[in-house]
Design a binder for this molecule. Structure first.
Ligand SMILES: Nc1ncnc2c1ncn2[C@@H]1O[C@H](COP(=O)(O)OP(=O)(O)O)[C@@H](O)[C@H]1O
Ligand SMILES: [Mg+2]
Length: 241
């Protein structure tokens, strides 16, 4: 579904990703772990098409087609989605309005009544207060509310591939349990996930197919969930040798 081939990326002349290779198949869950500044968010933003991140060499393939020249909205149309580590605040645009327009541009808008019903139902599922749905996006939202708002977007848009950048930070146990159900449902529907984190805690809520360690912009190791346990016990230093 998503393939990164020897991807090298610069921002402001500074190399943030070096020869990254990754192959995420339909229905798979991949976890990327790495310390602060490793390049995890850069990877997420590059896949999604943030214009500041310049692909110096290599390619990004989504469903066997290169998307590296496409603007972010076209990647989103193809079924890519990013839950931001730091969700942006957008004055004057509510979550409801944004989701309505997003669904329309994806040709998935079910009509006003059904949309509002679905929005209410899913907001309840992620425990996001209804009064936030009509307010300016993320403005005045707490850290946890911003993450729940990202989860609500994930549920409504139901993308083929979801990249979740530190979705677990700031979520309480109830929200993590909701997240666990979301992962299960996505797996059943053969939808893929790329989970970015620096804690192995999220692995109590999802069983990954692969775990990768990203340090200084490079993938230093790949394995299964045992790799995450090893990181928990011994930290990231073991990969620097
Ligand atoms: N806009 C930017 N300009 C220059 N350097 C940046 C910019 N954004 C990120 N970086 C650098 O890229 C590296 C990786 O950052 P980031 O991808 O945010 O790491 P992580 O998400 O793993 O904590 C860091 O060294 C950071 O300082
Ligand atoms: Mg980050």
């Amino acid at each position: 579904m998503l393939e990164l081939r020897d991807l090298t990326v610069k921002i402001d002349g500074h190399v943030v990703l070096k020869n990254v290779n990754l192959n995420i198949k339909q229905g798979q869950v991949h976890v990327i772990m790495g310390p602060n500044g490793a390049g995890k968010s850069s990877l997420a933003l590059t896949i999604m098409g943030h214009p500041d991140y310049k692909v110096v060499s290599g390619d990004i393939l989504f469903e066997n087609e290169s998307v590296k020249q496409l603007p972010a909205f076209e990647r989103a149309r193809k079924g890519l989605f990013l839950a931001f580590q730091t969700p942006p605040e957008i004055e004057g645009v509510s979550l409801t309005t944004m989701l309505r327009h997003s669904l329309k541009s994806l040709n998935k808008y079910p009509g006003y009544k059904q949309f509002m019903q679905e929005l209410d139902k899913q907001a309840m599922l992620v425990n996001l207060s209804k009064k936030l749905l009509g307010k300016s996006l993320n403005q005045g939202f707490s850290g946890g509310e911003k993450k729940r708002s990202e989860l609500l977007q994930l549920l409504l848009l139901n993308p083929k591939l979801a990249i979740l950048d530190e979705i677990d930070s700031g979520l309480d146990v109830d929200a993590l349990k909701a997240l666990s159900n979301i992962f299960r449902a996505r797996k059943q529907a053969s939808r893929s996930c790329l989970i970015i984190t620096h804690y192995s805690r999220i692995l109590n809520y999802v069983k990954p197919d692969f775990v990768h360690v990203l340090i200084n912009g490079e993938i230093k190791a790949s394995g299964d969930e045992h790799l995450a346990r090893k990181i928990e016990e011994q930290g990231f230093k073991q990969f620097l040798k």
